[in-house]
Design a protein around this ligand. Structure first.
Ligand SMILES: NC(=O)c1ccc[n+]([C@@H]2O[C@H](COP(=O)([O-])OP(=O)(O)OC[C@H]3O[C@@H](n4cnc5c(N)ncnc54)[C@H](O)[C@@H]3O)[C@@H](O)[C@H]2O)c1
Length: 337
């Protein structure tokens, strides 16, 4: 049983920790953070072992009545692999520690590809991550791009793709701190970074993205124009997309007309935090015109990278060398149909 540590128990870290705890071929050794408030109390309630990243944090946690198991160094000694879910740039600094300790590590999409030299998206390049020392699970937007375009590529339909991303302003729990209102803020540069980021996983993809930040917090939404290699039918395209178990085809005509209605459906389904691990792509909206394809989908930025991270753990530790088997196992544990 591989022992996995989670550093950074925030939006992504708390979800990764729960997902690890659900697996039968890995165990959660502990979670490590610097916070001592209600957020880490959630981990206390779940009876996870708690470690403090600094001496100061350890003292603060203890003063709040939290039983601290030890320091980050002590946690690392017990683990076979660490998943670093700290904010952008902090993980890149921690990498030095992981290298010194000779422990395998996974970082999240806020870090640069160069931090690990390998970027991961399960349905695209699981095989290339097997037994590596490190990888980076690409960001939420990039994961969605890779899932959809990889499915079209597998069916030999994809020539090139051009996408416009509507990006959520901030995460819901942090809405009191910032985020935009009554405006839309386009990114200065085209391409935005997500297209080139997808190419760190699959350099063959011809993909260009533009992005605009919008005043809501539930999810991202993407609009894509794709040039197909040949004229195709809508059915062929849908069959290609159906080869991904992590794309959920949804129907506008079933009342799923917005990101809030989709979120409500996932809450009704009983998913933790209403998490949607899948890309929710509108089947009835999707349009094929000759060799051109048009579609739109919603990305739950807080959730989509969770199954990817579980698969990355299996690949790096080598506990499963068949990507399809890992994906299936992860899907079953998270109730992804
Ligand atoms: N939030 C998203 O929608 C989202 C989606 C995909 C990927 N990501 C990526 O995941 C990573 C984490 O993002 P997040 O949104 O979960 O951040 P977050 O701010 O919600 O959580 C980060 C956690 O790390 C803790 N932390 C800070 N410094 C630390 C240290 N030195 N040692 C230990 N813990 C420390 C913080 O206290 C916090 O609990 C980033 O790379 C981000 O780009 C985020």
């Amino acid at each position: 049983m591989k022992k996995i540590a989670v550093i950074g128990y925030g939006v992504i870290g708390k979800r990764v920790a729960d997902a690890i705890a659900l697996q039968d071929d890995m165990e959660l050794t502990g979670v490590c953070d610097i916070i001592s408030d209600w957020r880490i109390q959630n981990a206390v309630r779940k009876e996870y072992d708690i470690y403090a990243a600094t001496a100061e944090a350890a003292n603060k946690m203890k003063s709040e009545g939290i039983s601290v198991k030890g320091s980050m160094q002590e946690l690392l000694k017990k683990a076979d692999l660490v998943v670093d879910c700290t904010p952008k740039k902090i993980a890149a600094k921690n990498v030095q520690i992981y290298k010194e300790k000779d422990i395998k590590y996974i970082v999240q999409g806020g870090e640069k590809h160069e931090t690990t030299g390998h970027s991961f998206s399960a349905e695209n390049n699981y095989k290339s991550a097997i037994n590596l020392d490190a990888t980076r699970v690409v960001s939420c937007n990039t994961t969605s791009i890779l899932r959809t375009l990889t499915a079209l590529k597998r069916a030999d339909l994809l020539d090139y793709a051009r996408g416009t991303l509507l990006r959520r302003a901030t995460d819901p729990w942090e809405s009191h701190l910032g985020g935009i209102m009554n405006t839309m803020v386009p990114e200065r540069d085209i391409p935005s970074h997500q297209g080139p980021d997808a190419q760190t996983v699959d350099s063959d993809l011809d993909v260009v993205t533009s992005a605009v930040k919008v005043p809501e917090t539930l999810s991202h939404m993407h609009y894509w124009n794709v040039k197909l290699k040949r004229q195709a039918t809508k059915e062929e395209v849908l069959n290609a997309l159906k080869t991904s178990s992590r794309i959920k085809l949804i129907q506008y005509d079933q009342g799923l007309v917005s990101n809030n209605t989709i979120k409500e459906m996932f809450l009704d389904m009983g998913r933790p935090w209403g998490d949607m691990y899948e890309v929710a792509l509108w089947e009835d909206m999707l349009k094929v015109q000759g060799d051109e394809l048009f579609y739109a989908y919603v990305v739950d930025n807080q959730a989509i990278v969770i199954p990817e991270t579980i698969d990355a753990i299996r690949a790096l530790t080598g506990i499963e060398t068949d990507g399809a088997k890992s994906i299936l196992k992860t899907n079953q544990s998270l109730s992804i149909a």
